[in-house]
Design a protein around this ligand. Structure first.
Ligand code: HEM
Length: 253
């Protein structure tokens, strides 16, 4: 579909060059569909998995809060980073099964989300930024407006702004694969079959360190994600992610 004309029709406030998320016409009750069911269900399962992974991952990290680079590392050898945390073994033991449970939940749900996003062209239609938005002035404009806690016209129009689009694509196609790769590479079963997963970056300790670089990035994403929802209207947007529909009274935030 032609993005500019249809976007303007659906979202009178949207800047030229932005793409609409809402493709469906309003139903008989006058409601517009914002998120299809598979996006909603997979979103909440992935969000729960990430929260579970962050909590259980913290419990595992605390058993050895030091990071190394290369193949080996241990107490008594030089470290890359000494995190200011105490060494506590106990929580690591019982957090591991939870961590693996949430990891597989994220992987399987993520695969469903990506497969359906490709099949329904959701990524192309709703998340890929328009060429006109892909320039530093658009990106810097959105960031600077948000830093000043101001909404952009794309925010007003119930579409994703260029920064949201790039961030969501980055989380789904860079951060998640990075976390899964470094997590799998730490499994001796997997890395004995595919040693390249660890040796590509220098060894077991390097992938462990990268795993703990990706995890805080995901935590930062979550904090910014929630902050941005507060800016555009937390209740109405979360309700749309639960019910699928944009609340009819947009003022009800
Ligand atoms: C770390 C966990 C989370 C991840 C990885 C995540 C990721 C995402 C992604 C990729 C999208 C775009 C979905 C699409 O259209 O395909 C999205 C949208 C959204 N997320 Fe999350 N999310 C997380 C947690 C949360 C939480 C905790 C909330 C609310 C309590 C939330 C509320 C929303 C809402 C309301 C949208 C739609 C935004 C809008 O309408 O502008 N998310 N999220």
């Amino acid at each position: 579909m032609s993005i500019d004309s249809s976007s303007a029709a659906l979202h009178p406030g949207a800047p030229v060059g932005t793409k609409p998320v809402i493709e469906a016409a309003a139903d008989q009750a006058g409601r517009s569909l914002r998120h299809i069911a598979v996006v909603r269900v997979t979103h909440w399962i992935m969000a729960a998995s990430v929260l579970g992974l962050l909590v259980s991952g913290g419990g595992i990290l605390i058993s050895h809060p030091r990071l190394y680079w290369g193949e080996t590392g241990a107490v008594g050898t030089p470290s890359l980073v000494d995190l200011p945390l105490p060494f506590i073994i106990g929580p690591s033991v019982w957090n591991r099964p939870f961590h693996f449970f949430f990891a597989w939940m994220l992987v399987l749900t993520g695969l469903v989300y990506v497969a359906s996003g490709v099949a329904t062209r959701h990524f192309r239609k709703d998340l890929l930024p328009a060429k006109a938005e892909l320039n530093w002035s658009s990106i810097a404009g959105v960031i600077s407006a948000h830093l000043r806690w101001q909404r952009t016209s794309a925010d007003e129009a119930w579409t994703y702004n260029v920064v949201q689009r790039l961030t969501y694509l980055g989380v789904v196609f860079v951060l998640f694969p990075g976390i899964v790769w470094t997590g799998l590479a730490m499994s001796f079963g997997v890395s004995s079959v595919f040693p390249i997963l660890a040796t590509a970056v220098g060894g077991f300790q390097s992938v462990r360190t990268l795993h703990f670089v990706f995890a805080p990035l995901l935590a930062i994403f979550l904090i910014v994600h929630i902050a941005m929802l507060c800016l555009v209207g937390f209740t109405s947007h979360v309700r749309a992610m639960i019910t699928g529909y944009i609340p009819r009274r947009r003022s009800a935030r």
